[in-house]
Design a protein around this ligand. Structure first.
Ligand SMILES: *[C@@H]1O[C@H](CO)[C@@H](O)[C@H](O)[C@H]1NC(C)=O
Ligand SMILES: *[C@@H]1O[C@H](CO)[C@@H](O)[C@H](O)[C@H]1NC(C)=O
Ligand SMILES: *[C@@H]1O[C@H](CO)[C@@H](O)[C@H](O)[C@H]1NC(C)=O
Ligand SMILES: *[C@@H]1O[C@H](CO)[C@@H](O)[C@H](O)[C@H]1NC(C)=O
Ligand SMILES: *[C@@H]1O[C@H](CO)[C@@H](O)[C@H](O)[C@H]1NC(C)=O
Length: 302
């Protein structure tokens, strides 16, 4: 396990009421005092999307510690360099903050831990996911391409291959989607054509919620997203008005009828009372992923 002390401290604090010092001591107890697959014990999953997840002090683990179903990494790729960098803008990029270090390696570690191969598990047909409380729940990994889509996406596909080999990714085989521990959703500059043309794949597309049609089936985009403020225009301090509410309701209902989950971004975060109203309205309308920058706050809405 390559958990940093910061991540351990954070997880220990978030997953149970055990004092952190006790928790850390018990970590040293070894196999007799601690399960090896319990990194996420006692955490219940919530329909939250960790927007710009890599901005947190402890990316990925913070989201997992709060039961957040979906995380997003902005990725960059440059010619003659195999590394995939993670960051909001170029000034934030460095050699340590890579897709491999921040997401792929930790996910492989967690899933390897959650899927021991022994006499008790020999008959298990599908792997456990990241959460102990619901091992069948997939984690959505949004990969937001910031550099050219056609040039970058093949590198993402290659980087994901080890997780795919282990059976840890949700796949599409031309007719059916088979859910695995992680569902990769390409967004930003992800090339739609590339995704659609590959009928045997372990990655999906982020559908345009405002303009869904038969070109965007659930097998291509299990989730569709859109900017709330672009869709409904100016939002009054009291939240969505009747017309806006009906517009959003129709988009969510239509997506759900097509088997597609929904996510709205650019939800006003100020004034606080407006944001709270919008969160409640969106949850009430049945949106699947609440787009959140403040995960702890968002987790209090469920
Ligand atoms: C589990 O271990 C057995 C025995 O060592 C091996 O034959 C099998 O391929 C392993 N399965 C996986 C999924 O690694
Ligand atoms: C696995 O399946 C075999 C054959 O049905 C059975 O004999 C064995 O007890 C099972 N093992 C476990 C751990 O369930
Ligand atoms: C695709 O997966 C489904 C579900 O596992 C299976 O029934 C079907 O035979 C598979 N199709 C192909 C072409 O492999
Ligand atoms: C779906 O909408 C897109 C534009 O948003 C358009 O390019 C495409 O042709 C449409 N597909 C169908 C089947 O109408
Ligand atoms: C709702 O808000 C939109 C955008 O600000 C506005 O155009 C529309 O007239 C409002 N509708 C109602 C019923 O208040």
């Amino acid at each position: 396990m390559k958990l940093s002390i910061a991540a351990l401290t954070l997880l220990a604090g978030a997953v149970s009421a055990t004092p952190i010092a006790t928790e850390l001591l018990s970590l040293e107890g070894g196999i007799n005092t601690r399960y090896s697959s319990d990194i996420t014990r006692n955490i219940f999953c919530k329909g939250i999307h960790s927007h710009n997840d890599y901005w947190r002090d402890v990316p990925l683990y913070t989201a997992l510690s709060l039961g957040v179903l979906s995380v997003e990494a902005d990725v960059w790729h440059y010619d003659d360099d195999d590394t995939i960098y993670v960051g909001h803008h170029t000034a934030a990029l460095n050699a340590q903050r890579t897709f491999q270090n921040l997401y792929l390696d930790p996910l492989m570690d967690i899933l390897t831990q959650n899927n021991p191969n022994n006499t008790f598990t020999v008959n298990q047909t599908s792997p456990n996911g990241v959460w102990d409380t619901d091992s069948t729940q997939t984690l959505y990994l949004f990969v937001d391409l910031k550099t050219d889509g056609d040039a970058t996406w093949p590198y993402i596909v290659e980087a994901l291959e080890p997780l795919n080999e282990k059976g840890y990714l949700t796949t599409y085989n031309g007719t059916d989607v088979t859910y695995g521990p992680i569902t990769v959703i390409g967004t930003g500059n992800t090339p739609y054509d590339y995704v659609v043309e590959h009928t045997d794949r372990y990655y999906f597309y982020d559908g345009p919620i405002a303009t869904l049609n038969s070109s965007y089936p659930a097998t291509v985009n299990p989730i569709a997203s859109g900017s709330l403020s672009q869709i409904v225009g100016d939002i009054a301090p009291s939240g969505l008005n009747k017309t806006q509410y009906a517009t959003v309701k129709k988009l969510i209902d239509d997506a759900h009828d097509a088997g597609i989950m929904t996510r709205f971004w650019e939800v006003a975060w100020w004034p606080v009372s407006t944001r709270n109203t919008l969160y409640r309205q969106l949850i009430g309308l049945g949106t699947d992923l609440l787009n959140a920058d403040d995960l702890e706050l968002a987790s209090t809405f469920y």
